[in-house]
Write a protein that binds this ligand. Structure first.
Ligand code: C2E
Ligand code: MG
Ligand code: MG
Length: 270
């Protein structure tokens, strides 16, 4: 137990203490990243990505606090806030005539296990007035594989009501093909790791080709994440990929900037 371990433990405690206050203190916020149709360039939706505006540390990215939030189960109230906030924002865009067809929210396996996601989602939809089909839940493979307390059943019930379900980071987990048969999904998201190696790595090309073929055969939508270069975009188009998301299209942005983004790309208003 040296001093650096001590420091680390203290940092973690401080982080959790601060994070516990963060929701009530209004320090959490969502940025939204566009997802566009690769052929038409039309916006098909945005993904809500959490950030923490910490009074001392500034804007903290999710990978710095989501793992601790999951371990401590603080992700349950935080996740509930995310779902509510995203639904309200989507409804606000709709009311303002800003055409955002869909909002995607990340839901971790811990939320599915310990949170009452079904009730949280239905309540967020009811209180915002958003329709079911405008909300997409992004889950990871671990959520389906470690099926504690019927995460699959919960997701199926929501999907039966019209909420969409996407498999995030596809290809990085167990990629069990068994759940793809059993579990009704709407979309696969190709992890950015594969997209980034597309130009240089033949194996990455083979993996991306296989995922797209699989999605097409199962009649699933497909989004490639982490698209950063025009070369990657050209390759994804040639491979028949449906939608793209990445810094090349746009970085995640605050909700109030989305209308201007759509104006710039010329397809905002009805
Ligand atoms: P994710 O859901 O796979 O989100 C995609 C991540 O890739 C985001 O990072 C996004 O900003 C980043 N990204 C997008 N385009 C590019 C690109 O072209 N290049 C590169 N290098 N990166 C790109 P972010 O916002 O830091 O989020 C990281 C992860 O944190 C997310 O991965 C997701 O797993 C988790 N996360 C974010 N928000 C939430 C949330 O509200 N709830 C939960 N449970 N997890 C969240
Ligand atoms: Mg995601
Ligand atoms: Mg992802």
């Amino acid at each position: 137990f040296d001093s650096s371990m001590n420091e680390e433990a203290l940092e973690r405690l401080n982080l959790l203490d601060d994070l516990r206050q963060a929701v009530a203190a209004g320090q959490l916020l969502l940025h939204y990243q566009p997802q566009v149709d690769l052929r038409s360039g039309a916006l098909i939706g945005v993904e809500a990505l959490i950030r923490w505006q910490h009074p001392q540390w500034g804007l903290v990215p999710p990978l710095r606090f989501i793992p601790a939030a999951e371990e401590s189960r603080l992700i349950v109230p935080i996740g509930e806030w995310v779902i509510q906030q995203a639904c309200q924002q989507a409804m606000a865009w709709q009311r303002a005539g800003v055409r955002v067809p869909q909002v995607a929210v990340n839901v971790s396996a811990i939320q599915l296990q310990y949170g009452n996601i079904e009730q949280q989602v239905l309540q967020a939809l009811a209180s915002s007035g958003l329709t079911e089909a405008m909300l997409e839940l992004e889950i990871t493979e671990s959520a389906l594989i470690e099926d504690h307390d019927g995460a699959q059943a919960t997701l199926m019930a929501l999907r039966a009501r019209g909420v969409r379900v996407a498999m995030d980071d596809f290809g990085t987990g167990y990629s069990s093909l068994a759940y793809l048969r059993r579990f009704p999904l709407d979309k696969l998201k190709i992890d950015g790791m594969f997209v980034r190696s597309l130009d240089s790595d033949q194996d990455a090309q083979a993996v991306v080709t296989a995922i797209i073929t699989l999605a097409q055969a199962l009649r699933l939508d497909i989004t490639a994440e982490g698209v950063e270069t025009a070369e990657q975009l050209v390759m994804l188009r040639a491979l028949g990929c449906g939608d793209v998301q990445g810094f090349l299209i746009s970085r995640p942005m605050p909700g109030h900037e989305v209308a201007a983004y759509l104006d710039r790309t010329n397809m905002s208003m009805a």
